[in-house]
Design a protein around this ligand. Structure first.
Ligand code: FAD
Length: 427
């Protein structure tokens, strides 16, 4: 048991907003530094977002991919964890403002508040086509997918039944591809023996992408492989078609209406409000444009990192919004804070891209390590091992490994629970 050691009131106070990949890494890397840390998050858990789609598709349980933040920092007496939502920053008074009217003073501030999905000016589509960012989003999607099959089981009208058994995913980036592949496997491998009135093999999974190919961030050959793999498990891939309407009836693209009761949005990204809080420059996705040392222009004591910022990498292109980028930035900011306290300065942040991975289905994945590329079963094993490695703690690693082995061997997805919310389709 850790004993509580009061910190000197005069020690430098670092406030970190957001306990995602970036904020948590900053906190970890500040261990041993002569600072007090306050870590604020509006959720009480750190979430491993790369596996959220597995919760949405009933492959993993919520507790397998999330950890209470307080628990993760139980051995760090200098870190105070606060469950609070930030609604602004007062850079003159050096205070973080909370949505309940409270505020927290800082000497150095790190904003690591991430991003959410964006609907390209059509926020009214969100109720019909929810996105995937939080545990609540994942359980909402899981409920919608499972309820659609349940309702189809007792639907006698063939057209209504077909709409219930049509699942549309909008956006063919890694999340869209992973969702489409897993929903197809759920329908074709897991569910068939459990239903009496419907043949779940006949479920349609339609992946709609406005661009010319799936996994646009990957090289052409891996993207073509991903498309072939999706089609081989029954996913209908529609390319070069922008969605122009989402409603309870379905989706409109290319002037056609596709009747579907389950729509999932995996298309756009919008940064948190960090740039707005500071009146700082931002790009079209509201990502704060930071200085090369990740400070906010005009505020050398405020850093911003991860998905909520934009900065170019060594190739002159914006650094991708992925977990390793957020972690590298978190590590750099911690080192910069430590250097400043020693009276030193560090050079600019340099991003190193380790590779891109996406899973398509069972035993199918693509990996782009730059110099060499992998696809198929070997890529799938590497994808699985890498994800297990990056989970926190032995219990979670073992639990996820066992869940995956079970799916692999038996096609059973144990987390098929319909919880909370309405039993009506599309709610
Ligand atoms: C479905 C999905 C799949 C993904 N798959 C991959 C993948 O396979 N590989 C990969 O590398 N990356 C993947 N990513 C991207 C990766 O998760 C992000 O790049 C990464 O989480 C960014 O880290 P971050 O610290 O910037 O933000 P986050 O990890 O999103 O953390 C932000 C934190 O800030 C908190 N917060 C936000 N606003 C406030 C506020 N106002 N007050 C208090 N707290 C606040 C949030 O609760 C959250 O805990 C995926 C993302 C999603 C959504």
């Amino acid at each position: 048991m850790t004993s509580k050691q009061p910190q000197p009131a005069t020690s430098h106070h670092v406030v970190i907003v957001g306990a995602g990949f970036g904020g948590l890494e900053t906190t970890h890397r500040l261990k041993g530094a002569p600072v007090r840390i306050t870590l604020l998050d509006r959720r009480n858990h750190h979430l491993f977002q790369p596996l959220l789609y597995q919760v949405a598709t009933a492959s993993l349980a919520t507790s397998e991919i999330a950890w209470p933040i307080r628990y993760l920092l139980r051995d760090r007496p200098e870190v105070t964890t606060l469950f609070a939502a930030v609604s602004g920053v007062d850079p003159v008074g050096k205070r973080v403002l909370l949505d309940d009217g409270d505020s927290v003073a800082y000497d150095t501030l790190v904003l690591a508040t991430g991003a959410r999905h964006a609907y390209f000016g059509h926020d009214e589509w969100e109720p019909f086509a929810p996105g995937l960012k939080t545990l609540e989003d994942a359980t909402t999607l899981r409920r919608r997918i499972l309820v659609a099959f349940e309702r189809a089981e007792r639907e006698t009208d063939p057209l209504r039944r077909a709409a219930l058994m049509t699942f549309v995913i909008i956006g063919a980036g890694p999340t869209g591809v992973e969702l489409a592949g897993t929903i197809a496997e759920l329908a074709k491998d897991t569910l068939p023996p459990d239903f009496r009135n419907i043949d779940t093999h006949s479920a349609r999974v339609v992946l709609i992408e406005a661009g010319p190919r799936v996994l646009a961030g990957f090289p052409d050959d891996l993207s073509a492989y991903a498309q072939r793999s999706l089609e081989s498990i029954g996913v209908e891939v529609v390319l070069g078609q922008a969605v122009t309407e989402c409603s309870t009836d379905g989706v409109v693209y290319g002037g056609k209406t596709l009747q579907a009761r389950t729509l999932i949005w995996a298309a756009g990204v919008r940064a948190s409000s960090a740039a707005e809080w500071l009146g700082a420059p931002a790009d079209r996705a509201f990502r704060l444009q930071v200085n090369p040392d990740l400070t906010v222009p005009g505020h050398s004591e405020i850093f911003a990192i991860g998905d909520t910022v934009t900065i170019n990498g060594p190739d002159g292109k914006p650094i991708p919004g992925i977990a390793p980028a957020a972690k590298q930035q978190g590590r750099y900011v911690a080192e910069t804070i430590k250097a400043r306290l020693r009276g030193e300065t560090l050079g600019p942040f340099r991003y190193k891209h380790a590779g891109s991975l996406a899973q398509i289905g069972k035993r199918k994945a693509v990996i782009d390590f730059g110099r060499f590329k992998l696809r198929g079963a070997i890529a799938w094993w590497i994808w699985g091992i890498a994800h297990i490695y990056f989970l926190i703690g032995l219990r979670h690693r073992l639990s996820v490994a066992i869940s995956w082995l079970w799916i692999h061997a038996r096609d059973q997805r144990a987390a098929r629970l319909i919880t909370q919310g309405s039993s009506k389709v599309g709610r």
